[in-house]
Write a protein that binds this ligand. Structure first.
Ligand code: NDP
Ligand code: GDR
Length: 328
């Protein structure tokens, strides 16, 4: 009998790659998808990967506990991956309460639904390196104290501790992955890496001349989403549930990411990048750098894709995507 997995956030970057991984492993994959007026485009990432038709989709919302209970009851999953969230940090200042409802309470709702309807299921919570915020140690591990710096990070911290609490209170097999930034050609266009690769590709193709960014000095530990979803799956294959940092161990500034992207296209970032205070944040996370030793030793996980390969894959995909759009 194949295992059954339920993914929330199926239509996002990680949901798409995780669904692809689980399908390849022979899982029956189910996804929670919220109702959208743009139903014809919402599965674009799944179509890009060629797996849209292979997944059973259920109408629900993380803010609606009854929908989660119904879906868990119907699907009877062996594994639940809670990836759904209002995940854009900048928006979390503009929509702080919505971010709390979806990202904090949504995670809690999912834990409740699993506790009530499928207490034997294993559950993964998508925690975030943003929880380290104003970093308390130069390199962040599972033991580093948290100091969230945005409504998003505070919301993630709530769901994180609730995951730990449900494990300790009710014995749920609930694991939390503290994932550092991970990117791909399927990254949302509002996040800085994809904004840069898409922007540079447009400049290369003569469609635009400028790319407007915010803080170029922030540094992030950037990996490839395909590597990171593998870590999520590995966590749920362990006898004991636990929390793990997933990171590459290399940090790079936004400026250097930009330089790498522009030079791949034989362009100079100095000729095109403009800084606009509109893109600065009320409180910034200046530096993130993760220590994934625990994941390496206990899960046998390590990243396969380098930053150079990641940038190159993203640039190629954006050039291809824009050329395709131009044809239509
Ligand atoms: P995306 O923003 O690409 O995807 C978010 C997903 O959540 C989308 O499928 C979205 O659906 C869904 N969603 C939003 N609101 C609701 C709701 N109310 N009910 C149900 N679903 C909802 O995020 P990523 O794939 O990049 O990230 C996956 C998870 O991992 C998120 O929780 C994110 O916060 C977390 N994370 C991500 C990291 C990264 O670097 N990518 C690092 C650490 C943590 P729709 O398509 O309808 O908008
Ligand atoms: P982040 O990702 O906030 O780390 O959250 P994002 O790519 O939005 O920002 C990274 C850094 O780049 C700086 N920056 C800009 N960011 C954006 N979006 N747009 C710009 O124009 C720009 N210019 C500079 C930002 O200030 C920031 O320092 C991501 C999300 O996926 C979260 O859901 C996840 O939890 C964390 O990564 C880990």
């Amino acid at each position: 009998m194949s295992k059954r997995a339920l993914i929330t956030g199926l239509t996002g970057q990680d949901g798409a790659y995780l669904a692809q991984l689980l399908l390849a492993k022979g899982y029956e994959v189910h996804g929670l998808v919220r109702r959208s007026a743009s139903a014809d485009v919402i599965d674009a990432r799944l179509r890009w990967l060629g797996i849209a038709g292979d997944i059973q989709v259920h109408d629900g919302n993380l803010t609606d506990l009854s929908s989660l209970i119904r879906i868990i009851r119907d699907v009877k999953p062996d594994e639940v991956y809670n990836l759904g969230a209002q995940s854009f940090v900048k928006s979390s200042w503009q929509q702080p309460l919505l971010t709390g409802s979806v990202t904090a309470l949504g995670g809690h709702n999912m834990l409740e639904a699993v506790r009530l309807e499928a207490p034997e299921a294993r559950i993964y919570q998508a925690s975030s390196s943003e929880m380290y915020g104003l970093i308390q140690e130069d390199v962040q591990s599972e033991k580093t104290p948290f100091y969230p710096r945005s409504p998003y990070a505070v919301a993630k911290l709530y769901a994180h501790w609730m995951t730990v609490n449900y494990r300790e209170s009710f014995g749920l097999h609930a694991s939390s992955g503290i994932l550092f930034n991970h990117e791909s050609p399927l990254r949302g266009i509002e996040f800085v890496t994809r904004k840069i690769t898409d922007g540079a590709a447009r400049i290369k193709l003569g469609l635009e001349d400028k790319l407007t960014l915010g803080n170029l000095d922030a540094t992030r530990d950037w990996g490839h989403a395909r590597d990171f979803v593998r870590a999520m799956w590995l966590m749920l294959q362990q006898e004991e549930a636990d929390d793990y940092v997933i990171a590459t161990g290399r940090t790079t500034s936004v400026r250097d990411f930009c330089k790498m992207t522009f030079s791949l296209l034989d362009l100079r970032m100095e000729d095109h990048v403009v800084v606009d205070p509109r893109y600065l944040r009320p409180a910034e996370v200046d530096v993130l750098l993760g220590d994934a030793t625990k994941a390496r030793t206990k899960l046998g996980w390590q990243p396969e894709c380098s930053l150079e390969q990641l940038v190159s894959e993203m640039v190629d995909a954006d050039i291809e995507r824009i050329k395709l759009q131009q044809k239509h």
